[in-house]
Design a protein around this ligand. Structure first.
Ligand code: GLU
Length: 553
């Protein structure tokens, strides 16, 4: 076709598209940002629920943009209307809010480069398609599904590259009259790229994470606009990331194989290339097979982000965990700078694992424990209450009714150089502090402790009635327990006991253990004297009675 014919064709196909490419180039001007500022985007398709991998890429988008003084935006890629999940878009925005990964701009956040949802950008895509048709780089293709399937089968038999290219691209050179005839017959069509590439040529693309990669040049007439006039991912990616002035496309590495196509599209459209950073998937060692595999929706509870919310993993701890996956040197930095905010760490693409990072639950749990250990009793109380209001309303009510005591319990052993490290999730508070709320403390608590001993209630009662003073300091208290131990034939220390076990009934630790089990139902707890102080003598006595009942003493 001559240029004149191509113009006629473009107008015939898109009579309603009257804006020019220039119009959009002016409508979306370059961003006024300092040198080196990164513009990143989280571009999810609302086709399924958000998972850890999505969160990881959104987190990376956020930190790279933030630390470079750039912008991080949310773009909804809803071009696949058939696979849209009901409520999928709302789910994406609420997950970002819940996990504190807040874009600077984008869908539902506003911004100058709107609309940030692809279903509202059809006119823009069609304007650029019109331009490509006029310039001879795109054409309508009327091939039927059946024809394409036949070609595919033939290619599979011949073991040649799959796709519409070269001799297979039969509609590439239709004349204007032929196209008109097909249109008159109402034949359906897609718009394909008229790829000028030659697969014998090699191109080199540098990925920010994976480094230099070589590919054969793209030579397939890939579909750019579907039959319904909406774009494919590839075309929308080129147009949107160009017009929204993305500098770094951070995305899952399932897109690496599309790079030659994307590279060609940017060239043909005359766009400045974007930089790519392809993130490898999060992997895990399969329990059954022992093989390393991608984390999966079906097999791994921590795949979906719901897990983190429902179990009460603190957001800040999850951010720390995502940071350890984002940069391999983060963890070491954090160990030395754990009093600092993540914002003080400089993320670098070179420090991103190329081959994928395996999900490490122990690491996540440990980061969570560190997080909790640094929070005051009041902070842990408030955060747990917020979590419980959403996930365990009965417990939330009890927390509110027992506020003062609860803050004190949660604040035990927080001040020293090695603060308590027991809780890793909000959902554990109820169980770990099961003795803290009187109305929750039931007889079955005694059945949970893993010891098999029955303790001497008479001895403990004697101690509580005649020796326990709740007004002294911790050292004085412990000295009286020791004196009491010695008076009753127990060693004052485990060391003394070990030297001559036959001389003693046990040691002071055994007495403390007996008290602990009777008042908390547990073999381990934070500082015993602090617990006794908060409970007070009456409750301590009530619990001993309860213990006697359970043990039939
Ligand atoms: N919508 C694409 C997806 O969800 C986004 C890929 C990208 O970030 O470019 O896989």
């Amino acid at each position: 076709m001559t240029e004149k014919e191509r113009i006629e064709l473009a107008n015939l196909l898109y009579p309603n598209i009257t804006n020019s490419v220039d119009y959009y180039e002016k409508r979306y001007p370059k961003r006024d940002l300092p040198e080196g500022a990164m513009v990143t985007r989280y571009a999810p398709s609302p086709t399924g629920s958000v998972h850890l991998g999505n969160l990881l890429s959104a987190f990376a988008d956020m930190v790279y943009a933030k630390q470079s003084g750039g912008s991080f935006y949310l773009r909804i890629e809803d071009t696949d209307q058939k696979r849209m999940m009901e409520g999928g878009i709302e789910n994406i925005t609420s997950v970002l809010h819940d996990f504190d990964i807040i874009p600077n701009e984008g869908y539902s956040f506003g911004g100058k480069y709107d609309p940030y949802i692809q279903s509202q950008r059809t006119e823009i895509y069609q304007t650029y398609i019109k331009d490509l048709i006029i310039r001879g780089y795109a054409y309508p293709c009327f091939m039927t599904e059946e024809e394409i399937q036949n070609i595919r089968e033939e290619q599979e038999i011949n073991k040649t590259k799959i796709g519409i290219y070269g001799v297979y691209a039969v509609d590439r050179d239709l004349s204007l009259d032929e196209v008109k005839e097909k249109l008159a017959n109402n034949e359906e069509y897609v718009i394909r790229l008229k790829s000028p590439g030659d697969a014998n040529n090699e191109i080199e693309i540098v990925d920010c994470i994976k480094g230099k990669m070589k590919f054969p040049e793209h030579n397939v007439d890939t579909v750019l606009l579907k039959k319904d006039g909406t774009p494919t991912y590839h075309f929308a990616h080129a147009i949107d990331d160009h017009l929204m002035h993305t500098t770094h496309v951070i995305r899952g590495d399932e897109w690496v194989s599309s790079l030659p196509l994307h590279y060609q599209l940017f060239q043909l459209l005359g766009f400045e290339p974007v930089k790519y950073a392809h993130i490898a998937p999060i992997t895990i060692k399969d329990q059954e097979t022992g093989n390393i595999r991608k984390i999966s929706k079906r097999k791994d509870p921590w795949f979906g982000v719901k897990y983190y919310d429902e179990n009460g993993i603190p957001i800040e701890a999850l951010h720390l965990y995502l940071a350890t996956i984002t940069n391999t040197n983060f963890e070491e930095w954090y160990l030395n700078h754990s009093d600092q905010s993540i914002d003080n760490f400089e993320f670098k693409f070179e420090k991103q694992a190329i081959g994928g990072t395996s999900f490490d639950e122990a690491k996540l749990v440990n980061l969570c424990k560190t997080y909790f250990s640094r929070k005051s009793g009041k902070e842990v109380y408030e955060e747990t209450l917020n979590w419980a209001k959403k996930h365990d309303t009965d417990y939330a009510k009890l927390l509110e009714e027992n506020k003062e005591d609860m803050i004190q319990f949660l604040g035990i052993e927080k001040d020293g150089p090695r603060p308590r490290k027991d809780i890793s999730k909000y959902c554990e508070v109820k169980e770990e502090f099961s003795y803290a709320i009187d109305s929750l403390f039931k007889e079955e608590n005694y059945k949970k402790y893993d010891g098999d001993k029955t303790y001497d209630t008479k001895l403990v009662e004697d101690y509580i009635d005649n020796y326990l003073d709740l007004e002294v300091d911790n050292d004085t208290w412990f000295n009286t327990v020791k004196e009491f131990a010695v008076k009753n034939g127990y060693a004052a220390s485990p060391k003394d006991y070990k030297k001559n076990p036959e001389d003693y009934k046990g040691h002071v630790g055994d007495i403390c253990e007996a008290i602990r089990v009777m008042i908390t139902g547990r073999l381990k707890s934070p500082d015993l004297y602090s617990i006794m102080k908060i409970l007070g003598k009456n409750k301590i006595k009530e619990r001993i009675e309860m213990y006697k009942n359970v043990c039939n003493l």
